[in-house]
Each structure stands twice: as structure tokens, then as C-alpha cells.
Design a protein around this ligand. Structure first.
Ligand code: IMP
Length: 430
């Protein structure tokens, strides 16, 4: 049976929501393996709009098991409010349909506070985060002072964990000019929220391995994009988790051999939110036009996204680091009506041609994109459901993208509607 990992192959916002929803209909289990409520996935099902940040997309589909893996950082208060909101929209959520890894670390209010304090206090440290405490929560995980889901079940352990975390946080807060943490309040808040989280706590690694052995189809739902990966992204302007496909294994407790297909989600042009390098960025009216046509505003923060031409260098790189077997190309229709299109095929650095983004920040900053020009198309590609519906130049563009990134198109998405999809290879096919 095929298990599929979906990852964003750029800086996030590639349109994963629709593709994941499309695939989740064919899956039995849908698992998140990294990130937290910094993600924003919009699903439109039979005219109803569902906005998800933390819960796996499968949650809106009856009869599916949704799983939050240990690689996710979990804000328990956000969890409860997202569940309540979905219930208000008629979605049934029970311990049979949602399971949360007992070893997932929690995001506490002090993490959000620290994230925002750092972002506003010092322009040198500014990353342009979503302000949701993601980075500080992962810091505590590797610093071995997290409070994890299982800790909520035993009061003595919870107190110990809180004290362990506060030794670090109070010292840090003092340096930042913040008040010490109100220990009793934090403990009281955690005790109050504990039952609502523990209802869903499970040994997720075991559940997933049993599902796999039972021939169930598992969809691993990535958040953000590979260029925001803590190791392979544009560090330090990245998120604090591994985003690439390998994380699906470590972030849930399933062996790497259980992953049969990696689907990279790729937008037909490039966007990023927040700070950091972006070689093919367009600050002119073309960038403006891409942003307007593509409705490029952040789902979580509402920030305007930076836009640029398709950067084949970056996607070739992310397809390699995630072992992408096929891509889902999204938002091709945003390119409708351009007389000519450009694709970044390499970088020039100090008179030398590069076929990858260098690691050193100063070298990244000095890279100038080398473009190839292609004729555009005037016809609309929106809603196309077969290759025959596409103008010849649009097909040429897609073929050139495949060639340059060294990876075939498995799916082509031509509008936010789920049926406006051209299927080339079914990732779930045996
Ligand atoms: P953090 O994940 O909140 O720490 O933010 C770190 C960086 O990742 C910032 O540049 C954010 O804008 C970016 N980021 C985090 N989540 C997303 C997402 O879901 N889509 C796009 N960018 C994101």
C-alpha cells in the first residue's frame, strides 16, 4: 500500500490545502509531522470554507483518522479553540477520529510572548515569524525542558516540568526586561486544559505502525515549505522545524521505508512571507500583479507576500533534499495573460555560474538570477481539467519546469476548486 508525504517545495503557501484535501479523500489516516499553528490551510468543501492551522486536513472528512505527530509543537489552548470552531461548523471530532502523540511538546503562552518580544525588541534578531511561539517551543524541546502531552496526566510530573522550564525562562526574561513567569497561574492553566488534550493522547507511533501493517493508506501532511527548513532552508530566516520529507518519519515514529511517494507542492511562480533572501523577487509592477492575481496574503498573519518569477534552481534543490517523486504544480492560471514569462535557471555570483543556492548568507545575498524567457499565453487556464484544455505555451511552460527541476508533474491544479485538477500520476497508486 502506498503512503504519501506531501511537502511544500518553496517557502510555503504553495497551495497545499487543496492538494492535501484531494489526497485525504483517498487516504485512511492523515498525519501532521512538524510545525504547529503557524500553518494556514484553507479547505473549501461543498461551498463551506474550513480554516485549519493545527489540525490535519483529514479532520473535516468523516471516517478518517487524523493524527498529530511528535514532530509538531502543540498549543493546547489553540487546539481546543480550533476543535470548537470546527464543531460549530458541524465537524465531528472524537478520540476515534483525532489522536495526538503523547510525546508532542507543548507551546505555552510564555513561548508566544518570547517570540513576539524578540521580534519587536531587536531588528538584528527579527525573522518575521508568525509570533505563535513556534521557535521558542522547539528550543525548549531540544533544550530538554519541554512540557509534553503525557506530562499533563500526572500533577507531580507537571510541577517538576514547569519548574525545570522556568529556571531557564525566568533567567532569559530577566535579560529581556520581562516579568518572571507566574508559576501558579501557568500550572493552574495547564491543569485546566489538561483533560481536553489528554482525551486525544495516544501512542501515535504504534497506531501508525499498526495502520501501515493493516494495509491502510497514510497521508503525511507537511506544513510550511522546504526553503523554511531549519537545516536546508535560508537560515536563519526559516521556521524552527525540519520541513523536508524525512521529517515525516521522525515526526511520527514510522520508519523511512514506509514512505512510498513524496509529492512536492510547487507554485508556478515564487512567493515568501517574512524576512530573508529571495533572489528572483520582483519589487516592480510584475511582482505586484502576481500578488494581486494570486491573492498573495498570509492566511495566518494577513501579511502581504513577496512575489517573483519561478525559481527552478530552488525547486531543483528542494526536490533533491526531500526526494520528491513528483510535483503538484499549482496556480498556473495566475500566469495567464503575461506576454512573456521568465524562469530563473541559475545564479551568477562573482562572475561564476551556480546551479544551486550557496549556503553562506553573504554569497546568497550577492547571487543575481539568470533568467530564461518564454512566450506567455493570452487564454485562460483557470479550471482546465485536461491537457487538451491548456494553451500550447502553457504546456511548454510546464514541460520546461519539469525539465529544469528534474522532476515530473504528477498533478496540475488549475483553480481552488478540487475538481479543477489534471491528474498525471496518482501518488497513492500501488
Ligand atoms: P515561525 O514558523 O512562526 O517561527 O516563522 C518563521 C518563518 O517561517 C517566517 O518567515 C514565517 O513567515 C514563515 N512561516 C511559518 N509558517 C508559514 C506558513 O505556513 N507559510 C509560509 N510561511 C510560513
Amino acid at each position: 500500500m502506498a503512503n504519501v508525504v506531501v511537502v511544500g517545495a518553496q517557502w510555503g503557501d504553495e497551495g497545499k490545502g487543496k492538494i492535501v484535501d484531494w489526497l485525504s479523500e483517498r487516504a485512511d489516516v492523515i498525519a501532521r509531522f512538524q510545525g504547529g499553528h503557524n500553518a494556514g490551510h484553507t479547505l473549501v468543501i461543498d461551498g463551506t470554507v474550513f480554516k485549519l492551522s493545527l489540525l490535519p486536513s483529514g479532520i473535516v472528512r468523516p471516517g478518517k483518522l487524523s493524527v498529530i505527530g511528535n514532530g509538531v509543537v502543540l498549543d493546547p489552548w489553540h487546539l481546543v479553540s480550533e476543535i470548537e470552531k470546527l464543531r460549530g461548523q458541524g465537524v465531528e471530532i472524537t478520540p476515534e477520529t483525532l489522536m495526538i502523540a503523547e510525546n508532542a511538546p507543548l507551546i505555552l503562552p510564555i513561548h508566544g510572548e518570547l517570540d513576539r518580544a524578540r521580534e519587536s525588541a531587536n531588528s538584528i534578531a527579527k525573522i518575521g515569524t508568525t509570533g505563535r511561539g513556534i521557535g521558542p517551543a522547539y528550543e525548549d524541546k531540544v533544550g530538554r525542558r519541554s512540557i509534553r502531552v503525557a506530562d499533563l496526566a500526572d500533577d507531580a510530573t507537571l510541577e517538576l516540568r514547569v519548574d525545570r522550564a522556568l529556571v531557564h525562562h525566568d533567567a532569559l526574561r530577566k535579560g529581556l526586561g520581562l516579568e518572571p513567569v507566574d508559576r501558579d497561574r501557568l500550572l493552574a492553566d495547564l491543569r485546566a486544559i489538561a483533560p481536553a488534550v489528554l482525551d486525544y493522547a495516544a501512542p501515535v507511533w504504534k497506531v501508525l505502525n499498526e495502520a501501515r501493517r493493516g494495509g491502510k493508506r497514510i497521508l503525511f501532511e507537511g506544513a510550511q515549505g522546504a526553503l523554511l527548513d531549519i537545516d536546508f532552508g535560508t537560515y536563519p530566516y526559516v521556521t524552527s522545524s525540519n520541513v523536508i520529507a524525512g521529517q515525516a518519519a521522525t515526526g511520527t515514529g514510522i520508519g523511512p521505508g514506509s514512505i512510498d511517494f513524496v509529492l512536492g507542492i510547487v507554485k508556478a511562480y515564487t512567493t515568501r512571507v517574512g524576512e530573508g533572501p529571495f533572489p528572483a523577487e520582483l519589487t516592480d509592477e510584475i511582482g505586484q500583479r502576481l500578488g494581486e492575481r494570486g491573492h498573495e496574503f498570509g492566511t495566518v498573519t494577513g501579511r502581504k507576500r513577496r512575489c517573483g518569477w519561478f525559481d527552478a534552481v530552488l525547486v531543483r534543490q528542494t526536490c533533491a533534499t526531500s526526494g520528491v517523486n513528483g510535483i503538484a504544480l499549482t496556480k498556473l492560471d495566475v500566469l495567464d495573460g503575461f506576454e512573456t514569462l521568465k524562469i530563473c535557471t541559475g545564479y551568477e555570483l562573482d562572475g561564476e555560474m551556480l546551479d544551486h543556492l550557496p549556503t553562506a548568507a553573504d554569497r546568497q545575498a550577492r547571487c543575481t538570477p539568470v533568467y530564461e524567457e518564454m512566450p506567455g499565453w493570452s487564454e485562460s487556464t483557470e479550471g482546465a481539467r485536461s491537457w487538451a484544455d491548456l494553451p500550447a505555451n502553457a504546456i511548454k511552460y510546464v514541460r520546461r519546469v519539469e525539465e529544469l527541476i528534474g522532476c515530473p508533474v504528477a498533478l496540475l491544479s488549475t483553480s481552488p476548486e478540487r475538481d479543477d485538477t489534471i491528474l498525471v500520476t496518482d501518488p497513492f497508486a500501488d
